[in-house]
Design a protein. Structure first.
Length: 386
């Protein structure tokens, strides 16, 4: 039987279990995925985050960072299914922005984000209550895209907004034009790096340590009158692997190397890099560099590998030798993608992401505020250094 025949078969019966797919050989998975994609045609659009592995990203109709994929999800009104090869919070954002007749599918529900998991609602609500008790109504809550839909809804309901690493600067400008303080979560590094690049002194920032046993005492800096930016103590387990020492070693090996890092990296790494920016910015810098440019790049390894493949005229390596990929992003593997697509082609929606309606409405407010901001784009937070 042809693979196309297989995927175009009856829509009756139960969804195929994933256990049928896990043992399939890679070549068969690839062939059947191509067939399933053909069978679905324009009914399904596959969105792929830049951190996905090659064997998944090759099937993406569109690639992007979380900001670009959110825009794409909002604009692909013709597709019935949005198959999201990213992580859970990205699929949730797509579900918030989708048209009523669309469904968003995450091929593996275990594809989460350890950073997003660091800011749970109970802790954020407690922090907000304590901070506003001391500082009054002086905060705009700003959440990074890498957060749950519930947290985006929390911001939407309180005059707040979502940002991405592409537009954090524009979003913070918007927020400070409204209130004197910003409560930024969950990534302390993006908040600190962006605030500092905008001229906010480090001693006007404070970290909210949600794990502290005595919140009043541990977070005392957050309650000082001069604090303008309160940063949730979250971080990305991938980008915090990059260090100042790796930069020094890379430059010692090759004084002409260009250090290009993501703003989720720690402050001292960002301060000592040549260029800092979102994944879209990183791609753009490499694309536009002259042949022979030598790079040490501090971001997820799948993207660094792909840049090396797509730009053989340049010398590209990871800032950290032997760095691991993002484990949760890599839960989306070719077998899960095939499983989702063949089930869709047979009329079974597996792993739909459905944000509850009340959460969806407020999260949409926060996302729409971001999408409506003028000047938001690839240079919003991206910064070059002398
Ligand atoms: S790279 Fe970091 S922020 Fe992105 S999904 Fe993985 S853990 Fe989350």
């Amino acid at each position: 039987m042809s693979f196309l025949g297989l995927v175009a078969s009856s829509t009756a019966g139960a969804a195929r279990p994933f256990s049928e797919y896990a043992p399939l050989p890679a070549a068969e998975i690839r062939e059947r995925t191509l067939a399933a994609k053909r069978a679905l045609g324009g009914r399904a659009v596959i969105l792929g985050h830049h951190y996905q592995r090659e064997s998944v990203i090759e099937f993406a109709d569109f690639r992007g960072d979380s900001f670009k994929l959110a825009q794409l999800a909002a604009s692909r009104a013709e597709a019935e299914f949005i198959v999201f090869c990213g992580v859970h919070f990205m699929a949730e954002s797509a579900d918030v922005l989708r048209q009523p007749r669309q469904a968003v599918i995450l091929p593996d529900l275990k594809a989460g984000c350890s950073m997003a998991d660091m800011a749970i609602m109970e802790d954020v609500e407690e922090a907000w209550e304590r901070l506003t008790r001391v500082h009054g109504d002086t905060f705009v809550p700003v959440t990074y895209m890498n957060s749950t839909a519930a947290l985006k809804a929390f911001c939407g309901a309180r005059g707040g907004v979502v940002c991405t690493s592409s537009n954090a600067r524009s979003v913070l400008e918007w927020a400070w034009a409204r209130k004197p303080r910003v409560f930024f979560f969950p990534d302390q590094h993006l908040g600190r790096n962006t605030g500092h690049a905008m001229g906010v002194p480090l001693d006007s920032m404070a970290e909210w340590d949600y794990r502290a046993e005595d919140l009043e005492r541990q977070n005392v800096r957050c309650f000082r009158p001069e604090t303008r930016l309160v940063l949730w103590r979250g971080f990305c387990s991938v980008h915090t692997k990059f260090t100042r020492r790796q930069i020094d070693e890379a430059r010692a090996e090759d004084p002409g190397v260009k250090i290009l890092v993501h703003p989720e990296c720690p402050f001292d790494v960002v301060q000592n890099a040549d260029l800092v920016g979102s994944t879209e910015f990183i791609i753009q810098q490499v694309r536009e560099a002259p042949p022979g440019t030598r790079w040490a790049i501090g971001t997820e390894i799948n993207l660094v590998h792909r840049l090396g493949l797509e730009h053989p005229e340049q010398q590209i390596r990871s800032l950290q030798k032997n760095v691991c990929p993002c484990a949760t992003m890599n839960r989306i593997d070719p077998a899960h993608l095939l499983w989702a697509l063949e089930n869709l082609a047979e009329g079974h929606v597996v792993n739909p992401i459905r944000v509850p309606e009340d959460v969806r409405q407020h999260a949409r407010v926060a996302l729409d505020r971001m999408l409506a901001l003028k000047g938001v784009g690839p240079t919003g937070a991206d910064m070059a250094r002398d």
